[in-house]
Design a protein around this ligand. Structure first.
Ligand code: MLT
Length: 235
């Protein structure tokens, strides 16, 4: 298997056209929130627009714009808020975010779509290394409104490092993401632009939570437009 690193909408679209499996990485916070929702037994329907998020059939509506909760939705895109919330197993949750769900939509024609973050890096690498053997995996860093986001590159580096240690070949860009992940402590991300935005809005706890590694070992994969938990050998 070969794993490559790409960024944003254009990276997702090109990877989908190439028939690649895609891992959508939005560490702060969409990919982390999806993992937390699945760990509570929920199913997550990602939608790019707020209108769709407000209209599709769902038990709960989760979403943000500019990292602020969408008016009328049940929860903001806060993994710590959702962890503490009463969301019953089997619930269907509509999710719409600034970047994460837009990149998921851009990846929609891919061979398979997973979401990855620091919190599920190892669990995801285990499934990919087993189920995508022989294939091509593109790890896509979502970024922020078309701009590079260092937290997404670092989380992608965490996933790619674990894939490499399981025998996966990496392309040059993926290899550099791993070197940056290994050379810079995750704590260095606590003052990047995404971190400052979340602190300004009072989401400090989300920051610590999203930067913790392997704390939510679930593997979200998109099946029929809905994220459900994937287990080894289910590919
Ligand atoms: C996004 O999708 O842009 C992020 O998840 C934003 C956020 O949660 O603050």
């Amino acid at each position: 298997m070969i794993a490559v690193y790409a960024g944003g909408v254009s990276g997702a679209r090109a990877a989908a056209r190439a028939g690649s499996t895609i891992v959508v990485v939005d560490a702060l916070r969409a990919s982390t929130t999806i993992a937390v929702l699945l760990s509570k037994g929920a199913r997550v329907v990602p939608v790019a627009s707020i209108e769709d998020g407000a209209s599709i059939a769902a038990d709960f509506r989760v979403g943000e714009r500019g990292s602020t909760k969408v008016e009328g939705f049940d929860f903001g895109n806060s993994p710590t808020e959702i962890l503490a919330a009463e969301i019953q197993p089997g619930s269907t949750v509509a999710l719409s975010t600034t970047n994460g769900t837009r990149i998921i939509e851009a990846a929609s024609r891919a061979a398979a779509i997973f979401t990855g973050a620091f919190v599920n890096a190892t669990a995801l690498a285990d499934v990919l290394a087993t189920d995508s053997a022989g294939g091509r995996v593109t790890v896509v860093g979502c970024g922020w409104e078309g701009h590079h986001a260092s937290e997404d590159e670092a989380a992608a580096g965490a996933i790619l490092y674990r894939l490499r240690s399981r025998g996966t070949k990496l392309d040059g860009r993926a290899g550099r993401a791993v070197e940056r992940y290994l050379s810079r402590p995750v704590k260095a991300l606590l003052n990047n632009s995404a971190a400052r935005r979340l602190k300004r809005l009072g989401y400090e706890r989300d920051l610590e939570f999203c930067l913790s590694e392997d704390t939510v070992p679930v593997v979200p994969c998109l099946v029929g437009g809905t994220f459900v938990g994937c287990v080894l050998g289910s590919g």
